[in-house]
Design a protein around this ligand. Sequence first.
Ligand code: PSU
Ligand code: MN
Length: 298
Amino acid sequence: MLSDEVRDALRDARGVVALESTILVHGLPAPTNMEVARACEEAVRAAGAVPATVAVIDGKIRVGLSIEEIESLADPSRDVAKLSTRDLGYAVAQHLDGATTVAGTIAVAHRAGIEVMATGGLGGVHRGASDSFDESADLTALSRTPLLVVASGAKSILDVGATLERLDTLGVPVWGYRTTQFPGFYLSDSGFALDWSVASAREAADAFRAHRATSPTGVLVAQPVDVRLQLDPALHDAALASALAVVAARGVSGKEVTPVLLEEFARASAGVSVQVNRDLVVANARLAGEIAVAGSAS
Ligand code: PSU
Ligand code: MN
């Protein structure tokens, strides 16, 4: 299950950062997806930690993929499954290939002994969820898995206020990284305030350690995209309206909703959203690396 490099790093208590594969296979278009795969690994390494991309290949749960293996999963001519926590056992038994979401990734990472992961934007409560009941399993997974997840908030395609309320209900803390405003994924500020912030990787690692002594849940460390790199707010709002309209008109449901919304968002923003998504996830991988190193040294 573990690559040699990840096994050695865990044995030696060096920092390890889990990275998800759904963002690469279903969340970002080629060639940006592979650019992101490489840049995230480099960012984790630059922080002094070891990257561990998670996926299922031929029914084997894998922690620590080579770039060639990621490339093969992301091949657009293949129909690689999107795996949340509930899909993992079936995928193993049926010898499937699949990319893991945040929920699937933290379930695997926790069993492997990894404590930190990075992604772009957490899944959450979808707009209209009071009718559709569409709420990402990322939230419930985080409520029962003690991982620290670094993300730029929840994806702005979601109902961000409802997502924050669910995280509160589920007992999952949200700590802003050098901010008390919840980030808005493509935008640096969602408009929602946070109670707590951490000022450094060391503070995040220390708070996570203390949290685990008092609670079984994971933690969301929310790092905003640099305001100079964010999507223009007017372009954001126009692209969002257009993407939501396409999804409603097509009647998309289930696990397709998020990939289709992101794809339509990219189309409506003429690809700018993809560049912002790249920038923010690489920055999150870097911070996750720093937190993993701080946590392993304490
Ligand atoms: N962050 C991104 N892009 C993505 C995702 C996160 O910047 O594509 C993925 C993650 O895998 C996350 C998933 O777990 O979107 C949420 O999907 P759903 O809403 O179906 O739970
Ligand atoms: Mn859903």
